[in-house]
Design a protein around this ligand. Sequence first.
Ligand code: IMP
Ligand code: MG
Length: 181
Amino acid sequence: MELHRDVERILLSEEQIKKRVADIGREISLDYQGRKPLLVSVLKGSVVFMADLMREITVDCDIDFMSVSSYGKGQKTTGVVRILKDLDHDINGRHVIVVEDILDSGLTLSYILELLKTRGAASIRLCTLLDKPDRRKVSVAVDYSGFTVPDEFVVGYGLDYAELYRNLPYIGVLKPEVYTK
Ligand code: IMP
Ligand code: MG
């Protein structure tokens, strides 16, 4: 199939992801009993994770989206964070869970978390599907993490390279020649 041509190998299968997302949903549901968390998805990489995760959460919750740019078309971080779309919600007094696709250098997330902290949330937690600790430049506390991944560029299940491969149902390692071309 066309879409799969640039994938070197599957790192996390659909089944593995589904099971882990259900586990995290169960954990969040227990932790937030009697509260109504606001799930904040950071566009666009986390939309697939968000869509699956929210359906595994059994307490009332609402959702919001925010979009920042820290990456250009390539796979290297620039350190520049710009807000492209801010939240619709006032988060004052809310229990916020930031939902991310991958924690890499941590630059994007630490910026977002610092910003949200200035807005009076009752609590802010971080939920990331993937954690790539080898690449961390600033330390970020993770409350819910799906999988630790090696220092390789991964795509699929929302994650892109140059906006492609987000619709792969699994997470795979991209063939290096795709981005060294
Ligand atoms: P950070 O500021 O370096 O932590 O950037 C995190 C963002 O970089 C993620 O939300 C992704 O959009 C992108 N990113 C980092 N590593 C990868 C990868 O392996 N595949 C696809 N996107 C990645
Ligand atoms: Mg991206």
